[in-house]
Design a protein around this ligand. Structure first.
Ligand SMILES: [Zn+2]
Length: 403
């Protein structure tokens, strides 16, 4: 047994007065005690001067891409060996940053399921969707998840069930990274997206939808999905999040993931593909304006009683490098909601949304020892989250990774 001690501690829901001592036995948390707890003889204690909290949970990543432009599109062209090496590396980036659980919402060839099942020491837990459902030439079609019409959809859901996915992902609108897909419109007919959702639910799987457009959000909501990813709420006039839409989400319990957490220093408008750049400028989505708009949207989502989970879309572009997004998303959310709530949205609450609350997300005896210690008091400076000094993934230190 060993112990980690810090004068500031967040248990997944609230800060623990005076800090905490967390006892670790093998891969589990054996106890959560006060800072001054007298540990039993023979227990090695490491005392930190920062903040101790549960490992972070990111509800939306793409492990098959490493943020290099074009890497998501290129993933299907990689050999099995290179694809697995990519996923190993991107998982290691999350682990190094203290992200100990990730929900992958779009891989290719179901590669992430092998990592989920392996549960290798020091490697984050994976919750996996496999290839996302999309339409012919639709968003991320190259990942291999095209299925339209009842026959193809039934076969595609059956394939995912047989593979053992944890969640179904459906692209309900076009996406920024797929030229020719309709970011302001919808994908799938209403009966098709309703069938995907129905069959997913019949198989006991949650269904989450990628939506950039307001129309896409309604389309997915009417189909009965459980979560909306991005929720950019684009219209011809920019980002418009109506009270009517928020009330409808609240009434049905749909969870929103804004996929924030950009490194704005790495956003280069001039190097964006021309159509994306035009859309960005036309809709007023330039980085600084976007951060303010997202914070305002988060406040309104909360006021309307809709739940937010932290996810980031890590892996899709340089400003979305694995390991560098999740803490940023928490900091951005903390500008709109109380810090404890923002942290819970990336720990205990996120664990429940992605289906792993029984094993992680809190400092609690019996749960997996998924722990993060950061340098500094998170209450004084939320960006302390960017400075991990110790990480345990199920009791094991992460393996080093190449940058
Ligand atoms: Zn995504």
């Amino acid at each position: 047994m060993r112990a980690l001690r810090a004068p500031t501690a967040f248990d997944g829901e609230r800060f623990l007065e005076g800090g905490a001592t967390v006892l670790v036995e093998g891969d589990r948390i054996a106890g959560v005690e006060g800072y001054g707890f007298q540990v039993p003889d023979g227990v090695e204690v490491t005392t930190y001067d920062g903040t101790l909290l549960p490992g972070l949970v990111d509800a939306h990543v793409h492990l098959v891409a490493d943020g290099v432009p074009g890497s998501l599109e290129a993933a299907p062209t990689l050999s099995d060996h290179d694809l697995a090496a990519m996923v190993s590396r991107t998982l290691a980036q999350h682990a190094a940053a203290g992200v100990t659980t990730v929900r992958d919402l779009g891989d290719t060839r179901y590669v992430t399921l092998g990592f989920r099942d392996a549960l290798a020491p020091g490697v984050p837990r994976v919750v996996a969707a496999g290839p996302p459902f999309t339409t012919e030439n639709g968003h991320c079609h190259y990942l291999g998840g095209v299925a339209e019409g009842p026959v193809a959809i039934r076969a595609a859901v059956a394939e995912r069930v047989e593979r053992g996915v944890d969640v179904i992902k459906v692209m309900a609108s076009g996406g920024m990274l797929t030229p020719g897909s309709d970011q302001l419109g919808v994908q799938f007919s209403a009966p098709d997206i309703a069938l995907i959702t129905l069959l997913g639910h019949e198989a006991g799987l949650p269904v989450v939808a990628h939506t950039h457009s307001v129309r896409g959000a309604w389309h997915a909501l009417e189909a009965g999905v459980d979560g909306l990813e991005h929720f950019t709420c684009l219209t011809d006039d920019g980002m418009v999040t109506s009270a009517e839409l928020l009330d409808a989400l609240a009434a049905t319990g749909v969870v929103v993931d804004q996929t924030t957490g950009w490194n704005r220093d790495l956003i280069d408008i001039d190097r964006m593909p021309a159509p994306l750049r035009m859309l960005t400028e036309k809709l007023g989505l330039l980085p600084d304006a976007m951060v303010l708009a997202r914070a305002d949207q988060a406040r309104r989502i909360r006021e309307h009683g809709v739940e937010i989970v932290v996810g980031t879309d890590a892996g899709i572009s340089p400003p979305k490098t694995h390991g560098d997004t999740t803490w940023r998303a928490v900091v951005e959310l903390a500008a709109a909601v109380p810090l404890e709530e923002a942290l819970a949205r990336a720990t205990s609450y996120a664990a429940s949304v992605v289906g792993v609350a029984a094993v992680t997300g809190r400092l609690h005896a019996g749960l997996d020892a998924d722990l993060l210690v950061v340098d500094g008091d998170v209450r004084a400076d939320a960006s302390s989250l960017s400075r991990p000094v110790a990480v345990l993934v199920r009791g094991a230190e992460p393996l080093p990774h190449s940058p």
